[in-house]
Design a protein around this ligand. Sequence first.
Ligand SMILES: C[S@@+](CC[C@H](N)C(=O)[O-])C[C@H]1O[C@@H](n2cnc3c(N)ncnc32)[C@H](O)[C@@H]1O
Length: 255
Amino acid sequence: MNRALLRSKAIVKNYTSKHVSEHVPQEIFFCPEESLFYSQCLERMVLNTCEDCNSIVEFGAGDGSPVINSLLKSQFNGLIQGYELNSKSCEVAQFWIDRYKLSHKYVVHNSCFFQRDWQSAGNYLISNPPYLPAINHDLYMPALHGGIDGASITKQLMGMDCQSAMLMISAYSDPVGTIEYAIAQGYQVEDFMTSPMTFGYYSSEPKVRQRITDLHKYGKAFYSENIYVLAGVLFKKHSSKPDLSAELIKIMMAL
Ligand SMILES: C[S@@+](CC[C@H](N)C(=O)[O-])C[C@H]1O[C@@H](n2cnc3c(N)ncnc32)[C@H](O)[C@@H]1O
């Protein structure tokens, strides 16, 4: 078993195994706190509750651990089709899909999400998308670049006209503009969960921190010295439930 697989074994068993994180290959996204929170959002707001989600598409599967963990804790019987650019991440995801016999529920394609076969597109989107704001993608991990305000890929995903989308949104990546954009696309906020996050390896890169500081001056980034808020947000079109977007905006701007 190679190092990437060993590392992912630790992720699936224990998200907080710190000594393993020192040997992480940079190409595979590694932020256990964030992946765990994404997994919890999937479990509570999507897999254990949805009625319209037999066919789900995922942008940026990473090593697959968030979806695999949430599948192991739910009765979901549909199919999730994940897309991931990084081949090593896909290799790790496939290892765990096979190990847990989940290939009838989770397939990870090693290809760009935006170039996938649109015929097989699901109407339910899930993602912890790239949201690092920076002037360009010359970053520790370029695939995490979310444009100059961090929200470009999220907005691109919202423009795809899925009926439902569960997306992770960061309070330092123009959250208000992002939620307003979602509303303009016909979405409302049906549910959300929030969690404090510490600035980690990727968000502490100096050029990212500088851009976050600049966005704060323009009222587009909210955080304290120690933390920022990450939200898992369930966006729906044609929902019969109350729209929680005003409440979500208040929480995202709280720091
Ligand atoms: C923030 S990471 C999330 C990974 C995983 N879902 C998790 O939460 O642990 C975003 C992932 O999106 C992938 N990605 C970026 N652009 C992509 C694209 N156009 N198509 C597919 N995957 C992409 C990156 O390689 C990265 O693994």
